[in-house]
Design a protein around this ligand. Structure first.
Ligand code: PLP
Length: 415
């Protein structure tokens, strides 16, 4: 191992002790978990925070004038402040809790898409979107008459700005909905540049931050993002809680997505009026326990610091690219200049599903398939890839174990 890798920006051995699952054995081997981009493991602080709400102070939020309800409501609402600080939002009221990034995008497509966009307007996405940032816009296209356009990526897996220019050329584009980091190629897109690009052409921008928020400090004001979405479960928090950030003036003008309790101002049989955002977009009993778990996850990553997290990811990625490139027959998909800890690859000797199954026998968890990005697979000329992805607990030795595992597979398949 190189000296640079030995001196990681934080004490990983200590971090790993915070994640109980990392001691697990799989098929009699020590777990090597390289699937954090699908969902990250949870630190003890998150598990404890969720257990604590249930054991010590659980009640429904925003409803009861009793001790437990007030305590839980305070804990729940405090997470809104934590998320606002995480994203550097101008106001806590710009933070809407959703179930996940997917629901946040659907909320925008349904509410903003059907109220602010007109038939004939166009939406641009890129060739490297997760289905979550494609299918909701397809439905909007089919039901509301907007056009859906796709900006190309280069062979290196970067956004092709010439293609983006072309998509915007006729002035019809009103929304650019784009990932900040590809869950397949690991490529980052230049969020601030894209926001300026969209705004100069009279469009809004939605950034899918499901992957990026895990690895980098996000500043929605510096980016000038109109909408920003992410999921708690990839950020070391629980499932069932996600976030939509939107600028206050946009949320104010948006009609509800889901309707019912908590999102109203008044209700009669004749008509109802809506609460102000963010309550307007949080119908029904929310994911109270999960939200509090997300708050603990945010505290956890903030305590480590995003400078250290980004630096760790950079060193791991450089190491992984170096060791994987040495394996004959292995092809890494995506060579973006600005890329992070998600590496998709194919092997001449074995199918992606065989790779994942055989690695699993060695205790190594990677993902195989189309990664919810079928059109991107078509663009790359493959039907599936294997994907290794890293979290803040990932060790360089685990990447070495992956490389050794792949070399063994190569031998099994006679490569
Ligand atoms: N966007 C990207 C880039 C993702 O990687 C994912 C999940 O893999 C999503 C959106 C959807 O996230 P979720 O399934 O948590 O809604």
């Amino acid at each position: 191992m190189s000296a640079a890798l030995k001196s990681m920006p934080f004490d990983i051995a200590k971090i790993r002790k915070d994640f109980p699952i990392l001691d697990a054995q799989v098929h009699g081997k020590k777990l090597v978990f390289l699937d954090s981009a699908a969902s990250a493991q949870k630190p003890r602080a998150v598990i404890d925070a969720m257990t604590h709400v249930m054991e010590a102070q659980y009640a429904n939020v925003h409803r009861g004038l009793h001790f437990m309800s007030e305590k839980t409501s305070d804990a729940y609402e405090a997470v809104r402040d934590k998320v606002a600080a995480l994203l550097n939002a101008a106001s806590r009221d710009e933070i809407v809790f959703t179930r996940n990034a997917t629901e946040a995008i659907n909320l925008v497509a349904y509410s903003y898409g059907r109220s602010a966009l007109r038939p004939g307007d166009a939406i641009v996405i890129s060739e490297m979107e997760h289905h979550a940032n494609l299918v909701p816009w397809q439905i909007l296209r089919d039901q509301h008459g907007v056009e859906l356009r796709v900006a190309k990526i280069t062979d290196d897996g970067e956004l092709d700005f010439a293609s983006l220019e072309e998509q915007f050329a006729d002035g019809k584009v009103k929304l650019l909905a784009i990932t900040q980091m590809s869950n397949v190629l690991g490529s980052y897109t230049p969020a601030g540049r894209l926001a300026a690009f969209a705004h100069e052409r009279g469009a809004k921008i939605l950034l899918d931050g499901a992957q990026a928020v895990v690895h980098r400090r996000i500043d929605v004001q510096a980016i000038d993002a109109d909408f920003y979405v992410f999921s708690g479960h990839k950020l070391y928090g629980p499932t069932g809680i996600g976030v939509l950030y939107a600028k206050a003036e946009l949320l104010e003008a948006m009609p509800p997505f889901l309707a019912g309790g908590d999102m109203i101002s008044s209700v009669s049989y004749a008509s109802s009026t809506w609460a102000r955002p963010p309550a307007r977009f949080e119908a029904g009993t929310p994911a109270i326990i999960e939200t509090i778990g997300l708050g603990a996850a945010i505290d956890y990553v903030q305590a480590i610091g995003f400078d250290a997290i980004s630096e760790h990811e950079r060193r791991l990625t450089d190491h992984a690219l170096a060791v994987l490139s040495d394996i004959e027959g292995l092809k890494i998909l995506g060579q973006a200049q600005d890329r992070g800890g998600v590496i998709s690859f194919t092997m001449a000797q074995a199918h992606a599903h065989d790779i994942a199954t055989l690695l699993d026998r060695q205790g190594i968890a990677v993902r195989a398939g189309h990664h919810c990005a079928e059109p991107l697979m078509g663009r790359l000329g493959v039907s599936s890839t294997a994907r290794a992805s890293f979290g803040l607990y990932t060790l360089p030795e685990e990447i070495d174990a992956l490389a050794a595992g792949l070399n063994r597979i190569k031998q099994v398949f006679g490569g």
